[in-house]
Design a protein around this ligand. Sequence first.
Ligand code: GDP
Ligand code: MG
Length: 162
Amino acid sequence: MTPVIALVGRPNVGKSTLFNQMTRSRDALVADFPGLTRDRKYGEGHYEGQKFIVIDTGGLTGDEAGIDAEMARQSMQAVEEADIVLFLVDGRAGLTAGDELIADFLRRSGKQAHLVVNKTDGQDPDVAASDFYRLGFDSPFLVAASHNRGIRSMLEVLLPEP
Ligand code: GDP
Ligand code: MG
């Protein structure tokens, strides 16, 4: 079974940047995965010979009313489809109310999610992460998606040996 990894988080935390890094070894946008819909972007990635699928989403804002309802729905469906959920936060912006609401949503979904602190470049990664401990997740992955940093070691933990 090919593991499916969903990227969720509020807008601008770096989900699409991470998606591009995880799938760039071949720019294969997946066109024939079961349950495929047009409102989420599916990509195929490889790590150490193992294949995985990544789902990028428009983003949860934490405010699920009105115009954001559609994006929230996409993200919920992506979470349901996923074997592994990555909850991205912005290590530069620090913890926001939107992050807290998404954390609540993920807890209610019953799916285990891993916290990923992005944008740790140019600062002490541990300091960047400390703001997010109160969200109550296990120790986060520290990455800088735009610098392709921390991604391989994260995949090494997430993807068990085939
Ligand atoms: P999304 O809305 O969650 O998909 O976020 P994007 O992937 O579109 O990224 C939002 C902005 O953050 C863009 O300007 C990215 O270049 C920037 N960004 C993404 N990852 C990093 C990172 O690791 N470090 C820094 N400094 N900027 C980043
Ligand atoms: Mg995006």
